[in-house]
Ligand binder design. Structure first.
Ligand code: FES
Ligand SMILES: [Fe+2]
Length: 389
């Protein structure tokens, strides 16, 4: 690993070199990221709309871990490691709903939806469900800290990341010009606005592809006819996000009724749309008639699950009257994201060629990718220093 960290440091210290192959295709590095990158910060795990009702439970596989997402009786969202405190069996095998208690399939210990251990059958021998000296309060499920923002359930595995509000503040500030004081709270997720794609690539290549518009004329020829490369600009922040924006956004209405638009969207912003990637794994689209978020859920070194959710303005956007428009928008994005899959999978395959040394980042159109590489190298350096100390 030392040689790999040296290569990360080398490429981030040069103006135009990309990051080395090993960070995209080595399993040991993927496991390193779990603990030292994803584990220490906030990252997007799921959508709150995945568990709309009390008693809904969803199992999520990420970074080789299994996590459960639970909606409690009071409507709160809880996140736990998917493991029973008795012998460590995975507690939940599949998504379920209408649940009052989580019951381990192995020896039937039960947990309340807030994670508290409730039932311990035969713990003191046959027919004895209590035992002297065993304090159930000490053996609730292992809880993971979470925070919901733009319907994304963010989690922090270490429990030690800064407050979510401080962490998200730079991006929120950047987006204030679009959504004013109302913030993202005016947006509603669409139940018919979710799609998933599995991509045979490392999560970082999917993110890097999102950061640039350079490939637009070649990978998205259709999109490029009405949203050409020349109308795009790079977003490069001082913080944990970068991406691209466009000055010619036109709402896609298909054959349907135009969707409601954000009333804080000023005249001058009219045709602007922005596509920031919030590191490490949430891709965001902000347009005046809809937003989307895409979660990059790392499955393996070379496998990533992409989950996209559309959000529209206000409750009325959920009406039947808009169904055709909602579908047209979803299908429009499906085509674009599907076109990206081959590009991203090709990037992964290219990383198996040993002589490739990270490649060249061009000075204008790869600026956002460069921003991500520098951010990533900083995380690696800071953490590596601590490990070495
Ligand atoms: S492992 Fe869950 S009850 Fe025994
Ligand atoms: Fe693309």
């Amino acid at each position: 690993m030392k040689a790999l960290f040296d290569a990360i440091a080398y490429s981030s210290a040069t103006e135009d070199r990309g990051l080395p192959n090993g960070i995209y295709n080595r399993h040991d590095f993927f496991m390193w990221e779990r603990q030292n990158l994803f584990g220490l910060t906030w990252f997007g795990l799921a959508f709150a709309a995945d568990i709309p009702n009390p008693g809904d439970v969803r199992k999520i596989e990420v970074l080789g871990l299994s996590i459960i997402l639970v909606r409690t009786e009071s409507g709160k969202i809880k996140t736990f490691y998917n493991v029973c405190r008795h012998r460590g069996r995975q507690l939940v095998d599949s998504h379920c709903s209408g649940i009052k208690l989580l019951r381990c399939p192995y020896h039937a210990w039960t947990y309340r939806l807030d994670g508290q251990l409730q039932g311990t059958p035969h713990i003191g021998g046959t027919g004895e469900h209590r035992v002297e000296g065993f304090d159930k309060d000490q053996f609730g499920l292992f809880e993971i800290r979470n925070h919901v923002w733009m319907d994304v359930v963010f989690v922090n595995l270490s429990g030690e990341a800064e407050d979510f509000s401080a962490w998200i503040a730079p991006l929120e500030m950047h987006l204030t010009r679009f959504w004013g004081d109302q913030g993202p709270g005016q947006m509603r997720p669409a139940s018919d606005g979710v799609m998933e794609m599995e991509v045979a690539s490392n999560w970082k290549l999917a993110l890097e592809n999102y950061l640039e518009a350079y490939h637009l004329p070649f990978v998205h020829p259709g999109l490029n006819t009405y949203s050409p490369l020349k109308d795009h600009y790079c977003i490069v922040s001082e913080a944990n996000y970068a991406g691209q924006g466009v000055n010619n956004y036109q709402p896609n209405t298909g054959t349907g009724t135009p969707m409601p638009t954000i009333d804080t969207w000023t005249q001058e912003l009219g045709h602007t749309a922005e596509y920031p990637a919030l590191y490490p794994n949430v891709l965001i689209g902000i347009q005046r008639d809809h937003f989307f978020t895409m979660l990059l859920i790392p499955q393996e070194t070379n496998k990533t699950l992409e989950r996209v959710e559309l959000l529209f303005v206000g409750d009325s956007a959920r009406d039947e009257a808009y169904i055709n428009t909602r579908q047209a928008i979803l299908e429009g994005w499906r085509v674009v994201f599907q076109e990206d899959v081959a590009a991203v999978e090709g990037l992964q395959l290219g990383r198996n060629v040993d002589v490739f040394d990270g490649g060249i980042l061009t000075p204008v159109l790869d600026r956002s990718t460069r921003h991500f590489h520098r951010w990533f190298a900083r995380q690696a350096r800071n953490r590596f220093k601590k490990i070495a100390a």
